[in-house]
Design a protein around this ligand. Structure first.
Ligand SMILES: Cc1cc2nc3c(=O)[nH]c(=O)nc-3n(C[C@H](O)[C@H](O)[C@H](O)COP(=O)(O)OP(=O)(O)OC[C@H]3O[C@@H](n4cnc5c(N)ncnc54)[C@H](O)[C@@H]3O)c2cc1C
Length: 417
């Protein structure tokens, strides 16, 4: 088998086989008869979470599934469906998800498994939208988990790192479709960012600040206004920014690949992701890291990061600051707290990124940072357990449901230790 990698190319999968069941029955047989295997989504994680030295399984050959229950306001989708597919199907029928990640090409199950989020002070992670799921357990049985399942099961499974089974179907809460208009401002000075942070990030349905930690401050502020809600009130130009005079890319790529800006209203599915589903958003030659801190610590955390500018300068493509509402999922990085995500897109220089990540973790340590499961981090298990108070409880559930470690890979063996 030719070497296979994640999307970014920074992880070469060591798996000896990639199984492609074409029915749920076949998947159940496979799980029951394979000593160790790891579910693979759309390969967008930068950490080794989807890697294994045993077998991998992809659900890409499973039959499509897309059913809307308008009474329950729920859509039931195949776990391997991408956000683009789900969003297009919903929008065509007049429905919407509450939020999306920056990239729509990511699989639903993979995004849910890692606590993937978009932005918005009122928007929790995508996993929080999960109201039910079907999962193939270690013994090959098919279980359904929803709010009625005892022992907080839904909150345990919403962000499960692939440790509790192979998810085959996901049910997500939906709402009537809505329109969003994205307006971008440039070069909001640091003084304004730090002094007015809370109002700036709350002045839209979804707000993102991009910075290089240099003198330009927030070199881009993306405000995604949901039509029908109060229009943004913060005058960013009065605070020292200037309006963008054309589309901008948050990194170094062609702005043709970003969703429409300039305040032009459009459907949620075409505005909430930063990148268009019809474009390959980047070469993939990047490595991402992200830490979620309590919202009240965000300004202090940003100030603490600024002196790392010289560390970032050779490798940082863009840092993005987003807000995330609290989740109930045990392992969501935003679990139980209003959060701010401090995200870094670095060039694909693994050694330099590893060194930078250690510096970031040292600087952020006083602010109780939680690393994103799908991105690179350096934290040892002891610090991870301190960051994620339910991690030991989760590990106990995983041992219970998967006593022989069928879904255990090196990543899980380390973090669930
Ligand atoms: C360009 C880019 C932009 C991104 N933007 C964002 C963003 O805006 N916000 C954010 O929070 N993150 C973002 N991410 C990170 C990304 O959302 C996560 O890494 C996510 O987990 C990737 O999903 P995937 O389908 O590729 O999963 P993979 O990387 O393939 O797998 C991730 C985990 O999901 C598990 N998994 C996958 N499928 C199943 C299944 N069927 N059953 C059980 N477990 C399963 C795997 O076992 C593994 O544990 C971005 C990543 C990239 C590359």
């Amino acid at each position: 088998m030719a070497a296979r990698t994640n999307w970014a190319g920074n992880v070469v999968y060591r798996a000896s086989a990639l199984a492609r069941p074409s029915t749920v029955d076949e998947l159940q047989q496979l799980v029951a008869t394979t000593p160790r295997l790891t579910a693979l989504g759309s390969r967008h994680s930068f950490s080794t979470i989807a890697d294994t030295d045993a077998d991998q399984v992809t659900l890409s050959d499973l039959p499509p599934l897309f059913e809307i229950d308008t009474d329950r306001r729920v859509v039931r989708v195949a776990a391997g469906s991408t956000h683009s597919q789900v969003a297009a199907g919903l929008e065509a029928r007049g429905w919407a998800l509450g939020n999306l990640a920056s990239l729509p090409h990511i699989s639903t199950a993979g995004a849910v498994a890692t606590g993937t989020h978009g932005s918005g002070t009122r928007n929790p992670s995508l996993a929080q939208a999960v109201v039910g799921l079907d999962v193939v357990r270690a013994d090959g049985s098919l279980a359904r988990v929803d709010a009625a399942t005892p022992d907080d099961a839904l909150d345990v499974h919403r962000v499960a790192l692939g440790a509790l089974g192979v998810v085959t179907a996901v049910e997500l809460a939906i709402e009537p479709t809505f329109h969003v208009a994205t307006t971008v401002s440039l070069d909001l000075p640091w003084d304004a960012v730090l002094e007015h942070f809370d109002v700036v990030v709350a002045d839209g349905y979804s707000v993102s600040l991009f910075t290089s930690f240099d003198d330009r401050g927030a070199r881009q502020v993306w405000v995604k206004h949901r039509l029908g809600e109060t229009a943004p009130t913060v005058d960013l130009v009065a605070l020292g920014a200037r309006p963008a005079d054309g589309p901008v890319h948050p990194g170094e790529n062609d702005p043709a690949g970003v969703t429409e800006q300039g305040g032009v209203p459009g459907p949620w599915s075409e505005r909430l992701p930063h990148f268009r589903s019809s474009f390959t958003p980047s070469t993939g030659a990047e490595i991402q890291a992200e830490y979620l801190v309590p919202a009240g610590s965000a300004v202090a955390a940003l100030q603490a990061l600024r002196p790392l500018r010289s560390v970032f300068e050779p490798i940082l493509i863009a840092a993005e600051v987003r807000t995330i509402a609290p989740d109930t999922a045990w392992l969501a990085p935003s679990s139980g707290r209003q959060s701010v995500g401090l995200h870094f897109t670095f060039r694909r220089d693994a050694d330099a990124v590893a060194a930078a990540v250690e510096r970031i973790e040292d600087v952020l340590a006083p602010f109780d940072p939680r690393p994103h499961w799908g991105k690179v981090a350096a934290m040892d298990p002891e610090r991870l357990h301190a960051a994620y108070p339910r991690l030991s409880d989760f590990a106990a559930v995983a041992r219970d449901l998967d006593p022989t470690g069928r879904f255990r890979n090196a990543y899980l063996a380390r973090v669930l230790a």
